[in-house]
Write a protein that binds this ligand. Structure first.
Ligand SMILES: Cc1ncc(COP(=O)(O)O)c(C=O)c1O
Length: 378
C-alpha cells in the first residue's frame, strides 16, 4: 500500500516541522468553497488569531498568499519597490541572500549589505550603508534560519527610518515562536509562512501589511497579480484569499491557531521557545570541542547552530544524520552552501537544531541526549 513505508520521524530540522496529532487530524475536516459562507468559519478565526499572535496594530491588513514564504517575500518586492527606487537587501545568511535574489530577478535596482555567517546586523555598518546608498526600501531577516541568528527588529527598523527608508522584514522562521514586535517596529510589511514556528504544513505565505505599504503600492507599476498586495487586500478584507486556497491547510490552520491562542496561550508559547533555546545552549557547553555558532546577543529562540569539534566533517555529519534516523529522528546537518564555504575556508562545519513550533522541552531533552551520544561515538 502506498504510504505504508513512509517513515514516522520526529523532525528536528528547521521546517517543515513536526505536526501535532490534532493538526494532522484536522486535515480530515471537510473541504469548503472559498467564496462560500463556509470560508468565513475558517478564515474569520484565522485572521483574528494571526492578529492576536502578532500583536499587530489595528491598521495593519493581514493577508494570506498561496505558496510558501518565498511567495510573500516576492510579493513585497513586486508591490513595494518602484522602478525609480533603490532597495538595500541586508543579509546575515542564505535567506537574506534570497531577498536580494528576488529583488534582482524582478528587475529592481538592488544593492546588498552582507554580514559574516553567524553575525547579526551590526547597526554601525548598517548606518554606513544607509549613508552610502540612500535606499528607499531596506529588506532584512528577523530570524536567519541558515545561521541561527535573530536580529533586533525594532532597532534595525528605527535606524532605517532615521535615513528616510522603509523596512520590510522576513520573519519566516520565527513567527509563532517569539514576539513579532510589529507594534513597536512598524515595518512597511512583515512577512512569514505556515511551515515553521506556527506548527503547520507549508502552503501559505502570511503578510502583515501597513497602511503606508498600501499607499506606496499604488505608485508601483507591474506588481504582477498574485504578488499584488492591493489585489490581495481586496480579498483579505473579506477574510478571503485572492486565489483558491489549500482547504486542508486552512482547516489545520484554523485548529492550530485556536490552540496557540486559546489553549497554550501566546505568552507560554514564546516562553517555551526561550526555554528550549536555553536547554540547547546548556547542552552545547557539555559537548567537548563544540560551541555555539551565532554571535552572543543574536541567538535565535527557534533554531540553534552549533560549530562542530575538530575532526568533524560534512561527510561525517551526513553519517550522523543516518544514525539519528535509526533512532527515529530527522537531524539537520547544516545548510549545505554555508558548510561548504566554511570547510573550503578551513573552518569547522555547523549543524542546526530546530526547536520550533510544538516540540516540547521533554522531546528536546531526549533528542539532545541521543545526539550527544551519537556525536561522541562517531
Ligand atoms: C528566513 C527564511 N526566509 C525565507 C524562506 C523561504 O521560505 P519557503 O521555503 O517557505 O518559500 C525560508 C525557508 O526556510 C526561511 O527560513
Amino acid at each position: 500500500m502506498i504510504g505504508s513505508d513512509f517513515a514516522e520521524l520526529q523532525l528536528f530540522i528547521t521546517g517543515p516541522i513536526l505536526l501535532r496529532k490534532e493538526v494532522r487530524e484536522a486535515g480530515l475536516l471537510p473541504e469548503f468553497g472559498h467564496r462560500d459562507a463556509e470560508n468565513e468559519k475558517r478564515f474569520g478565526p484565522i485572521m483574528e488569531n494571526l492578529r492576536k499572535l502578532a500583536g499587530a496594530p489595528e491598521d495593519y491588513e493581514v493577508m494570506i498568499f498561496n505558496g510558501s514564504g518565498t511567495n510573500v517575500l516576492e510579493a513585497s518586492v513586486r508591490s513595494l519597490v518602484a522602478d525609480g527606487d533603490k532597495v538595500l537587501n541586508v543579509s546575515v545568511g542564505a535567506f537574506g541572500d534570497l531577498y536580494h535574489k528576488l529583488a534582482v530577478v524582478n528587475g529592481k535596482n538592488a544593492v546588498q549589505l552582507k554580514f559574516d555567517y553567524g553575525c547579526g546586523i551590526d547597526l554601525e555598518r548598517l548606518e554606513q550603508a544607509l549613508e552610502d546608498h540612500a535606499p528607499d526600501i531596506v529588506t532584512f531577516t528577523h530570524n536567519e534560519t541558515s545561521t541561527g541568528v535573530v536580529n533586533d527588529v525594532p532597532a534595525v527598523c528605527s535606524l532605517i527610518r532615521k535615513y528616510g527608508a522603509k523596512p520590510i522584514v522576513d520573519a519566516v522562521s520565527i513567527f509563532g515562536g517569539a514576539p513579532s514586535t510589529i507594534l513597536e517596529a512598524r515595518p512597511l510589511m512583515y512577512c512569514t509562512s505556515t511551515q515553521k514556528s506556527l506548527g503547520l504544513p507549508a502552503g501559505f505565505g502570511i503578510g502583515f501589511v501597513s497602511p503606508e505599504a498600501l499607499e506606496k503600492a499604488k505608485g508601483v507599476e507591474n506588481r504582477g497579480y498574485t504578488t499584488d498586495i492591493l489585489a490581495q487586500a481586496d480579498k483579505a478584507r473579506k477574510n478571503q484569499t485572492l486565489t483558491t486556497p489549500n482547504g486542508t491547510l486552512a482547516n489545520q490552520m484554523c485548529v492550530q491557531l485556536d490552540y496557540i491562542v486559546n489553549d497554550e496561550t501566546v505568552e507560554k508559547r514564546f516562553a517555551r521557545h526561550e526555554q528550549m533555546r536555553d536547554m540547547v545552549h546548556e547542552w552545547a557547553k557539555t559537548m567537548e570541542g563544540y560551541s555555539l555558532f551565532a554571535q552572543e546577543g543574536f541567538r535565535s529562540p527557534t533554531v540553534t547552530t552549533i560549530k562542530t569539534a575538530p575532526g568533524m566533517t560534512v561527510e561525517k555529519l551526513k553519517q550522523v544524520k543516518e544514525i539519528m534516523r535509526g533512532y527515529g529522528y530527522l537531524f539537520d546537518p547544516g545548510y549545505g552552501k554555508i558548510n561548504k564555504e566554511l570547510e573550503d575556508n578551513g573552518h569547522q562545519p555547523i549543524f542546526r537544531i530546530g526547536h520550533m513550533a510544538d516540540i516540547t522541552p521533554d522531546m528536546l531533552a531526549e533528542y539532545l541526549k541521543i545526539l550527544g551520544k551519537v556525536l561522541a561515538e562517531i
